[in-house]
Design a protein around this ligand. Structure first.
Ligand code: HEM
Length: 353
């Protein structure tokens, strides 16, 4: 990785002073929706300034990696065609590294800092790419997520017209879909923060073992503008992945389901097939038949609190209902706090969200 960072720094350094004029996202959309060349002559297609800026990317010292300052392209908003290509690269990455779960966690932790009571961007937090900065990666809740950033960084380097904020959310939605989950009605165009000073303060993400889990979940998710149904359905993302004691402090070092990977072995999963997106998270918490499967206090409360329980029971019984509600809630989560360019965002698919 050291050489990767050095190489990317050198490559970007050559263009540090470059400024480019490119079509705005809005006009790029116009282009892709096949407006005639003739009409383009009258369109203000050059309206967006792309600058290359110095940023700091971090790697966590507890993992015996040092932080490095690199120069990385900053684009004001993403280019649809580049996002589509990046999506293909993410699919390849998923096939070779089985990193679906950590990419979902990365997207969620970038977006989940949103505070609906703060109007100003980016003070309000949310899906703005701030999680790429060392200061935020070092928040206790983000332990291990530097590995997700490292996986995505080569894709980011390849596509200067893709923002970190969009890349994190694209990676997360693609991971859910590729793991067998529902199609998420995503939109793109998220603008990145540019400086580590714009990162949110520590403490906006939920704890797994607070004194009163239901109260805590409501405090944190209501602050994001999410409701009980969304708390329950989004928790269903734990159908993917594992908890590692050396990262979060939760879970066993390994179980019969994780000791051979795939990916880096170890940790404790919530489900048996932890790379498959289905409703087994709800079924397994309900049944509690296997001590090798993880149930955090904030997972257990979904079947204890009367309002949460209504949804948890429904999703345990009906995977279609889970998929439908999950897709909607995931898309909503991915938009929290984001500033879009164009303001309405854009879809990568023919059928708009
Ligand atoms: C409800 C409150 C939540 C709490 C308290 C919580 C807590 C945790 C903890 C402690 C871990 C283990 C991290 C590690 O040791 O590596 C984890 C992993 C994970 N979380 Fe959550 N989480 C919550 C909600 C969510 C939501 C809303 C999503 C996505 C929509 C999500 C997606 C994931 C995924 C996919 C993993 C597995 C990561 C991996 O295998 O590397 N979580 N979560």
């Amino acid at each position: 990785m050291a050489s990767f960072y050095a190489a990317s720094a050198a490559a970007a350094a050559t263009s540090t002073a470059t400024t480019r004029l490119l079509p705005s996202a809005a006009n790029r959309l116009t282009l892709s929706s096949s407006i005639s060349l003739k009409s383009l002559r009258f369109s203000p297609v050059i309206s967006h300034l792309y600058v290359r800026k110095k940023t700091t990317l971090g790697r966590i010292s507890s993992e015996r990696l040092s932080y490095a300052t690199v120069t990385s392209p900053i684009s004001a908003a993403s280019i649809p065609e580049q996002l589509k290509s990046a999506r293909e690269n993410i699919k390849e990455l998923l096939k070779t590294t089985y990193c679906h779960p950590i990419l979902v966690r990365l997207g969620w932790h970038d977006a989940g800092t949103y505070n609906k009571n703060i109007e100003e961007w980016p003070k309000r937090g949310g899906a703005n790419g701030s999680l790429r900065f060392e200061i935020e990666l070092k928040h206790a809740a983000n332990a291990g997520l530097v590995n997700a950033l490292k996986l995505l960084q080569p894709i980011k380097e390849k596509y200067s017209g893709v923002t970190y904020a969009d890349l994190f959310q694209l990676a997360s939605a693609t991971a859910v879909e590729e793991a067998g989950g529902p199609k998420i009605p995503m939109k793109y165009g998220r603008v990145d923060v540019s400086e580590p000073e714009q990162c949110p303060e520590e403490g906006r993400l939920p704890d797994a073992g607070p004194p009163s889990p239901a109260t805590h979940l409501r405090e944190v998710f209501y602050r994001m503008g999410l409701n009980d149904k969304e708390i329950v359905v989004l928790s269903g993302a734990h159908t993917l992945g594992r908890s590692r004691p050396e990262r979060s402090g939760w879970g066993k070092p390994e179980t019969k389901y994780t000791k051979e990977g795939p990916g880096a072995p170890g940790g404790q999963s919530w489900t048996v097939q932890w790379l498959k997106f289905d409703n087994s998270y709800f079924k397994d918490i309900k049944e509690r038949r296997d001590a090798d499967l993880l149930v955090l206090p904030t997972d257990a409360v979904l079947f204890e609190d009367p309002s949460f329980k209504e949804y948890a029971e429904k999703y345990a019984a009906d995977q279609d209902a889970f998929f439908k509600d999950y897709a909607e809630a995931h898309a909503k989560l991915s938009n929290l706090g984001a500033k879009f360019e164009p303001p309405e965002g854009f879809s990568l698919d023919d059928s708009s969200p």
